[in-house]
Design a binder for this molecule. Structure first.
Ligand SMILES: [Fe+2]
Length: 241
């Protein structure tokens, strides 16, 4: 059992941010990576992100965007969701698609649980954004600590033995004092939903027990421009029939 593991989530087809995170993890001397889902969707380079993650991560979980790309009729969805998923359907080869649909919803090992969204009915991909969601997630958490993505918001929740819920912001180092069970939102590699656009990954340490939120620079503004151009050309192509 290694005492340092890197967790990250929500790459969303952004190779530049993924490479920045992988370089940061490597610079920290960490070799174990657990990826929490949504390798594709929103961004412009799904196939390359799939290829790189398969090289580097020992565990990859399925996210809601992979589930949508594999199973859903995209015609009623907003262009910002549907266009990148159609791109993924075109760009991924058959072997990559088979790999994506084979991914598990959850991982459980070494005293850790991991999932893309809430552990409460993982296939529904429920966000964890309020106290009720957090308590439902903990109701299915048997391990001392869990890691999840999906919300794009870094945070640490602690449910102590008396049932009291505490929240710590997902920044810097957060020590785990053993006073309860922990659920760690790892933020996102791309498309952050708070005021910090940098990529986020989380280092888990067993001794002393703690998590460290690492932030990594990438060109988020260029990514937004690329996405806008991709959507514009898709809409123009549709209008042209
Ligand atoms: Fe997600």
């Amino acid at each position: 059992m290694t005492d340092r593991i890197a967790f990250f989530s929500d790459v969303h087809g952004c190779v530049e941010a993924l490479e920045a995170v992988l370089a940061s993890i490597s610079a920290q001397g960490i070799s174990r990576i657990i990826f929490l889902g949504d390798v594709l969707g929103y961004g412009p380079e799904p196939a390359e992100c799939v290829r790189r993650l398969r090289q580097c991560a020992e565990v990859c979980l399925v996210g809601n965007h992979e589930a949508m790309a594999a199973n859903f009729d995209l015609s009623g969805m907003s262009p910002s969701v549907a266009v990148p998923l159609e791109l993924a359907r075109r760009e991924l080869d058959d072997e990559q698609k088979r790999w994506l649909v084979s991914l598990p919803l959850t991982w459980n090992g070494e005293g850790i649980q991991a999932s893309h969204a809430s552990l409460h009915e993982p296939s529904l991909f429920t966000h964890i954004v309020n106290a009720q969601h957090v308590r439902r997630h903990f109701s299915r958490q048997t391990a001392g600590i869990s890691f999840y993505g999906h919300t794009h918001i870094p945070v640490v929740y602690c449910l102590d033995d008396t049932g009291r819920l505490r929240t710590a912001p997902g920044q810097g180092e957060v020590q785990l004092d053993g006073a309860g069970r922990y659920a760690v939102g790892v933020g996102s590699v791309a498309f952050a939903r708070n005021d910090d656009p940098r990529a986020c990954w989380v280092e888990f340490r067993r001794d002393p027990p703690g998590v460290v939120f690492h932030r990594v620079e990438f060109d988020a503004a260029a990514l937004e421009s690329q996405v806008a151009a991709m959507l514009q050309s898709a809409v123009a192509a549709q209008a042209a029939g």
